[in-house]
Design a protein around this ligand. Structure first.
Ligand code: FAD
Length: 364
């Protein structure tokens, strides 16, 4: 065989795996059906502004091994994600914290905020849907202002019809801390994620615009093992039915003005605004000084064949279907499945790096 590993997909998983294998002397070929590497982390340059093409990506982790690993391939610009929510023109800080409670009710101490929330909570021993779940956790004002419309848009269904498990926890923070993530480390690679992925792939053969499934036999014949990071159901010809996803549509605009919204991420939480958020990419690079800006409106969309898969719908029916595909996957001796699509799981980037490092360790 010409290669030890054929890696299908040049996303973060494929790139980390390829680097680890290359560094221990294995020969790898990476094939990628898109015209670029990077998968959903892909970024491109627009006049100095790093545009996050498939949604805003902030690297955050508490895993020191992962943090040190990615820092070996890119310099990270420290960045603290402090998103805002816009509800009927008024702005609220996220995650729910003292700044949010002050904007909602004018309360200026943690105790006053706790009293307000306690008075609004609607206890429910066994919530049947998102509405009951959220009302039992945070009460009416937070639910109506910041959760209901956003969640309904994101999942394309009314909160009464969404399973309670979609919302497991709704952390309330009784400090004036707008940092969205609790992790020890947080940042964005200087030059964008594409530069990070290119560094990971440096020295490995990569073919873009190459779809494995269009000529599976030819590609299989090139390598001893295949690491496949595409969609699991697609690999098996959808023989057990579709694994469902939610998709997104992005509308990106360059504006000849310096500052559109003053923050990287603003969520729109009311139902009547059809997008869920606006990203202003330049604010991920706080030191950047250019006279223009680039914004992206993010619209949730139903998934159908041919659209990008974004969020797996991990409800009961899809969990059963996934288990059936898993059984088929375990019967494959040559192919190993990885990454967010191969595992049918929402994975943050640090999880993806950890999973790829673990797999590489096993196969060295
Ligand atoms: P992908 O990036 O999807 O890579 C898989 C690659 O395989 C793709 O490039 C695909 O084209 C290719 N492929 C598929 N099938 C084939 C085939 N048949 N032949 C050849 N190539 C194929 N994580 C964070 O940590 N922080 C964030 O802020 C964050 N923000 C996010 C925002 C959004 C809107 C979304 C949806 C996700 C976000 N994530 C974030 C998660 C992050 O995007 C993923 O962890 C990461 O992209 C997964 O990498 P991957 O390699 O597993 O998959």
């Amino acid at each position: 065989m010409k290669y030890d590993f054929l890696i299908v997909g040049a996303g973060l998983f494929g790139a980390v795996f390829a680097r680890q294998m290359k560094d221990c002397g294995k020969k790898c070929l990476v094939i990628e059906k898109r015209g670029h590497v990077g998968g959903n982390c892909y970024t491109r340059d627009e006049g100095g502004i790093t545009v996050h093409e498939y949604g805003a990506h902030i690297f955050h982790t508490s895993d020191k091994r992962v943090w040190e690993y990615v820092n070996a391939f890119a310099e990270f610009q420290p960045f603290i994600n402090c998103p805002l929510a816009n509800y009927r023109g008024k702005l609220y800080h996220l995650p729910f914290n003292m700044n949010t409670f002050y904007a909602l009710w004018g309360v200026n101490t943690p105790q006053k905020a706790k009293d307000k929330i306690a008075a609004q909570i609607e206890p429910c021993a066994q919530p049947k849907n998102v509405r009951e779940q959220a009302l039992s956790l945070v009460g009416r004002d937070i639910y109506k202002t910041l959760i209901e419309g956003y969640t309904e848009k994101q999942w394309g269904r009314s909160a009464d019809k969404l399973p309670a498990e979609i919302i497991k926890r709704l952390p309330l923070r009784f400090t004036f801390d707008n940092n969205y993530f609790d992790d020890l480390y947080q940042g964005i690679p200087v030059g964008g994620y594409t530069a990070l992925i290119q560094n990971l792939l440096d020295g490995t053969e990569v073919c873009t615009d190459t779809d494995y499934l269009e000529n599976r036999e030819k590609y299989d014949a090139l390598a001893d093992r295949v690491v496949y990071t595409g969609a699991l159901d697609e690999f098996f010809g959808y023989c057990k039915g579709y694994l469902e996803y939610r998709s997104l549509r992005f509308e990106t605009q360059r504006l000849e003005e310096e500052n559109f919204q003053g923050n990287a991420v603003v969520n729109y939480t009311e139902r009547s605004v059809s997008y869920t958020r606006i990203i202003e990419h330049k604010h991920f690079q706080p030191s950047l000084c250019v006279p223009h800006t680039v914004i992206t409106r993010e619209y949730p969309a139903a998934w159908e064949a041919g659209k990008e898969r974004f969020y797996p719908v991990n409800d009961a029916a899809n969990t059963v279907r996934y288990a059936e595909y898993r059984r088929l996957a375990e019967g494959q001796s040559k192919v190993i499945f990885g990454g967010r699509l191969g595992l049918y799981r929402y994975l943050d980037m640090d999880d993806v790096v950890a999973e790829a490092l673990n797999l590489a360790e096993k196969l060295k």
